[in-house]
Every structure is written in structure tokens, then in C-alpha cells.
Design a binder for this molecule. Structure first.
Ligand SMILES: Cc1cc2nc3c(=O)[nH]c(=O)nc-3n(C[C@H](O)[C@H](O)[C@H](O)COP(=O)(O)OP(=O)(O)OC[C@H]3O[C@@H](n4cnc5c(N)ncnc54)[C@H](O)[C@@H]3O)c2cc1C
Length: 296
């Protein structure tokens, strides 16, 4: 590894000042579980590292009037265990619980998972189906980008050189909503996903019809994708029809939307098939949870 200067600022303003000063030579460090691997492999050679973990604004999970705000430096282990997240966004806790080993989850942050912008990042599909909004601070002040508009390609985001992801806002789910996250990896959670899927299903007031549905798929295209075809099959359908027939059809339809590659983990053909299998399972679990929740 090359030598580098190491800074531990305590405010966002300081971080931005350092980013302006060092420009491309600087890299932000949260848990370091991606950054240090890339540095060891010399895929990046920053001469300035700016650690984010001492900035209070970035490390809290806060309950807001209409949702929750998760600081970018909150560890995935904390997200997995947090009772508020488990109650309102169980699929987000499930995604966090599926990242690597416990040791990795105790270091890795939600912000790092998003900013690495891996097509296989496990948090991204879960956040997408919950309409997550990313709060970003930069030289021109603060701005909000929906997570669906954040990724430009593998490893590429809309963050500028002097931007910091501050946190993620998750709006509260509507009543009668159920969600699920499922990952396929050779060694389960210990492995980067071969494919992963998050689903959200909202039923109408009488629990007879599907009112809204969202499915996001990872590791099957250059960026995580939100399915359009699943909505076409399921929105407005009766729950009975969905269970008996339409979930199967909707899940099969994602095979035409994904653009997987073949790599050392799996072939493109296997990924395409698994995208449909995981979608079917995630939709069934989400629907079941929507019905159970409404009975509480
Ligand atoms: C053994 C192992 C197993 C793994 N398994 C999985 C897995 O199963 N699923 C999975 O999704 N990932 C997995 N990963 C990848 C990794 O753990 C996650 O992507 C992790 O969430 C990254 O978070 P971090 O805090 O460690 O990020 P860092 O390594 O600290 O940072 C990652 C990148 O994001 C940037 N960054 C970090 N925070 C911010 C911020 N607030 N604002 C702007 N930029 C920022 C950094 O500059 C860097 O470019 C694994 C990694 C290892 C080493």
C-alpha cells in the first residue's frame, strides 16, 4: 500500500474542506471493508484518507414524523438488530443480516454499501423498494437524490468529488404493506450475491386486492434494477389470483428485464433463472406479511 495522510474530522464542514483541498487524491473511509480491499489490490491509491466515523450526524438512527433517518455510518450489524427497523422495514434488516460475516457487519456501513455502487450490494434493492432518499452534503450545500437515480454504472454514482452521503431517509410504509429480502450466494450470507431480490406488496383496505408492488433485483444487471413488469401483472389483481397464478407470471417476466453477466460466481443463464425464482419467493413472503400485519 502507498503512504497516505490520515484525517479524522468531527464535522461535515471539515470533511468538505478536506475534500476541496485534496480533490481526487482523497478517499472517504467508513468501515473500510471495501476501501481497504481496493487499496491493497492497488485499484485505487489515495494519498489522503478521511475517516467519517467521528461525525455524530452520520452515526444515528432517528425516528421522524413520516419515516426514519439512518446515518450513512451506521453499521450493518446495528441495522440488522435495530428494533425500529425490524418493525417498520424488516427487509432492510434482512438485507443487512445477509452481508458477509458478523465481523464484516460490525464494521461495514450502510453508506459504504451504497457508495461502493456494486451491482451486488445487498442493501441497495432493499432500500430501492422502500423509496429511499439519499441526503448528500457538498460544496453547494445539501441535496436529496432518490436512490433509484443515484447509480450510473458498476462503481459509478452521481456523487461529485466533494460530496458526502450524510444518510438515508426511509418514508413510512403504507398500512397493509409487507416486505421481504432474499439473497442467493454459494455460501449464503458469507458470499457476494449471485442474485438478490427485495419485494414490497401493499394491499387495499379490505385486503382483497394488490394496491402497489415493487421488486428490485441485484447482481443481474450493471446496476440494481427496479422491475417494471411485475407491477403490470400484479397491481389491481385480487389476492387470490395473485397467489394462484399471477405471482408466478410476474416473477417469470423479470427474466426479460435482467441483463446478467457470466462470471466466476455464476453463468448469466443461471442468474436469469434465479432472478425469477427469488422474485417469486420474495413476493410470496411480502404478500403473506402484508396479510399478517393487517391482522395485528
Ligand atoms: C469478506 C467480505 C465479505 C463481504 N460480503 C458482502 C456481502 O455479502 N454483501 C455486500 O453487499 N457486500 C459485501 N461486502 C462488501 C462490503 O462489506 C460492503 O459494501 C460494505 O457495506 C461497505 O461499507 P464500508 O463502511 O466498509 O465502506 P468503505 O470501505 O469504508 O467505503 C466504501 C466506498 O464508499 C465510499 N464512502 C463510504 N462512506 C461514504 C459516505 N458517507 N459518503 C460518500 N462516500 C462514502 C468510500 O470512499 C469508498 O469508496 C463484503 C466485503 C468483504 C471484505
Amino acid at each position: 500500500m502507498e503512504e497516505f495522510e490520515y484525517y479524522v474530522p468531527t464535522t461535515l464542514e471539515e470533511v468538505i474542506r478536506l475534500l476541496i483541498k485534496f480533490g481526487r487524491a482523497a478517499k472517504l473511509l467508513a468501515g473500510g471493508t471495501d476501501l481497504l480491499v481496493f487499496m491493497r489490490q492497488r485499484r485505487i491509491t489515495p494519498t489522503c484518507i478521511i475517516e467519517l466515523n467521528k461525525i455524530r450526524d452520520l452515526t444515528a438512527i432517528e425516528e421522524k414524523q413520516e419515516g426514519i433517518f439512518v446515518g450513512a455510518c451506521v453499521r450493518l450489524g446495528e441495522i440488522e438488530r435495530n428494533s425500529l427497523i425490524r418493525r417498520l422495514f424488516i427487509h432492510v434488516a434482512e438485507a443487512a443480516g445477509n452481508v458477509g460475516s458478523m465481523q464484516i457487519r460490525n464494521l461495514a456501513t450502510i453508506g459504504g454499501n451504497i457508495c461502493t455502487a456494486s451491482p451486488a450490494g445487498d442493501m441497495i434493492p432493499a432500500l430501492m423498494v422502500s423509496d429511499a432518499q439519499l441526503h448528500i452534503a457538498g460544496v453547494k450545500g445539501r441535496r436529496i437524490i432518490p436512490i433509484t437515480e443515484f447509480f450510473k454504472g458498476p462503481g459509478e454514482t452521481r456523487l461529485e468529488e466533494t460530496d458526502v452521503l450524510v444518510g438515508i431517509y426511509l418514508p413510512l410504509p403504507k398500512p397493509n404493506t409487507g416486505t421481504a429480502f432474499i439473497k442467493l450466494g454459494v455460501r449464503g450470507a458469507m458470499d457476494i450475491s449471485i442474485a438478490n431480490v427485495a419485494a414490497r406488496v401493499t394491499l387495499n383496505g379490505t385486503l382483497q386486492r394488490v394496491e402497489e408492488v415493487k421488486v428490485a433485483l441485484g447482481s443481474v444487471a450493471p446496476t440494481v434494477i427496479l422491475s417494471k413488469s411485475v407491477e403490470r401483472y400484479l397491481v389491481g389483481a385480487s389476492v387470490k389470483e395473485a397467489i394462484e397464478r399471477l405471482i408466478e407470471k410476474a416473477a417469470d417476466s423479470v427474466m426479460d428485464e435482467v441483463k446478467p453477466i457470466t462470471d466466476h460466481r455464476a453463468s448469466a443463464q443461471y442468474r436469469r433463472l434465479m432472478a425469477a425464482v427469488l422474485t417469486k419467493r420474495a413476493l410470496r413472503i411480502a404478500l403473506q406479511r402484508a396479510m399478517e400485519k393487517s391482522m395485528l
